[in-house]
Design a protein around this ligand. Structure first.
Ligand SMILES: Cc1ncc(COP(=O)(O)O)c(C=O)c1O
Length: 396
């Protein structure tokens, strides 16, 4: 294995609901959901049955032909998005395999729209923001202005500009006639759980419309009911809705699949042969995602996310009161939450794991909480008991 990850010792062999078991049969409560992936929990029985059924029926036939599921999933994504009061002009979908690939498609689509508006090729700049994370392939990486990720692989692609997240006053100078696309996470995940302010998102959308730039929301981490709304931007007024939305992670509950939702105006500019993928949109992945979207778009599940969020936040306030020198702030919505610490959380993460809780970090010294959306309130309390004990143990 190429040494791209510093892994701790446990070898995970089994999962069920919000729990994982390692090879030595130790049990862990999972506050990570595979980094916002297993929204429905591990090894959901119905999901597993669908895998088996569809695997015995048809796994792959290629995008050269129709199958029943790519279209069905596309239609469901558009219907549920509109029903939820999100991206009101969502009209068509391109299916691919991973988050970074969805963002590559979004960047290419924005460039194509730019070419249609200005044949000289001058309208080709892509704007993104500090602390953003859009993926590790060259296009998405070029929009991820973090030296840690970019420097070893420089040079980046030309035409990528960085702005300051939530800086309203800088928008007009940043996004101009040369901008073909702006990509932004409504809530930055890897960056440390920072939400875009309504003022910022509205001003950004307005500016995009003024200069004819495509507004791309990267909802790869924040989407699919993680905030309690189908998409995190569901809290924003319609004028801030995007022209393109990218989703991945929870879409396949662990089976690789991603999707790019676009308006008709964007779709119009994409012609036969402009983009493609061998695996993307295969019937197995699409049937699974169809099931996942049906479950995750349920209003009852979304109400549950809000209630569970409150359990976290109430306990966060108590933790902050007990450890005021360590915890300075809690951030986030629904079940995408962060606790800002004054020091590196590594020792706490290790102490928690040794006590049977998996938790991850983000940004600078932020503890990140992305549990499954089906975790019970009792399980959350149990996990937070472990976290409190782990923090106390590192204070001795
Ligand atoms: C907001 C966001 N965009 C893009 C990506 C990249 O997704 P993937 O790892 O599936 O390529 C991630 C992954 O963490 C993400 O959080």
């Amino acid at each position: 294995m190429v040494a791209t990850y510093a892994r701790p010792p446990p070898v995970f062999v089994q999962g069920s609901g919000s729990w994982l078991w390692d090879i030595e049969n130790r049990k862990y409560l999972d506050f990570t959901a595979g980094i916002a992936v297993t929204g429905l929990g591990h090894s959901d029985p119905e999901f597993a049955d669908i895998i088996a059924q569809q695997a015995k029926t048809l796994i792959h036939a290629s995008n050269l032909y129709y199958n029943p599921w790519t279209g069905a999933l596309s239609k469901l994504l558009i219907e549920k998005t509109r029903e939820a009061g999100c991206m009101h002009e969502a009209s068509r979908v391109f299916i691919c395999n991973s988050g970074t690939e969805a963002n590559e498609a979004a960047i290419k689509f924005a460039r194509k729209v730019g070419k249609a508006a200005d044949a000289s090729g001058d309208k080709s700049d892509i704007v993104s923001f500090n602390q953003a994370f859009h993926g590790r392939t060259m296009g998405a990486l070029s929009a991820t202005h973090n030296p840690k990720y970019q420097k070893p692989f420089a040079p980046m692609l030309p035409g990528f500009k960085q702005g300051t997240f939530n800086d309203v006053s800088a928008i007009n100078g940043l996004v101009d006639e040369k901008t073909c696309g702006v990509i932004v996470e409504p809530i930055q995940g890897e960056g440390g759980i920072y939400a875009g302010s309504e003022e910022f998102m509205v001003a950004l959308a307005k500016r995009c419309r003024q200069v004819g730039a495509v507004l791309i929301y990267d909802e790869i981490q924040s989407g699919l009911s993680r905030t309690g709304k189908l998409w995190a931007h569901g809290d924003l007024p319609q004028e801030a809705h995007p022209d393109i939305l990218t989703t991945a992670k929870a879409l396949g509950n662990g089976f690789p699949i991603a999707a790019v939702l676009v308006t008709e105006a964007v779709s119009d500019k994409i012609k036969l042969g402009d983009h493609g993928t061998t695996f993307g949109g295969n019937p197995l992945a699409c049937r699974l995602a169809h099931y996942v979207v049906s479950r995750l778009s349920s209003p009852e599940l979304q109400e549950g996310v809000q209630a569970k969020s409150k359990v976290f936040k109430d306990r966060f306030a108590k933790l902050q009161a007990r450890f005021p020198d360590l915890i300075t702030e809690s951030r986030g919505r629904g079940l995408i939450l962060g606790l800002q610490l004054t020091e590196d959380p590594a020792a706490i993460v290790k102490a928690a794991r040794e006590r049977g809780l998996l938790v991850i970090t983000a940004g600078t010294n932020t503890l990140r909480f992305l549990p499954s959306l089906v975790m019970t309130e009792e399980e959350i309390e149990h996990g937070l008991d472990i976290l409190e004990e782990a923090i106390a143990a590192t204070r001795l």
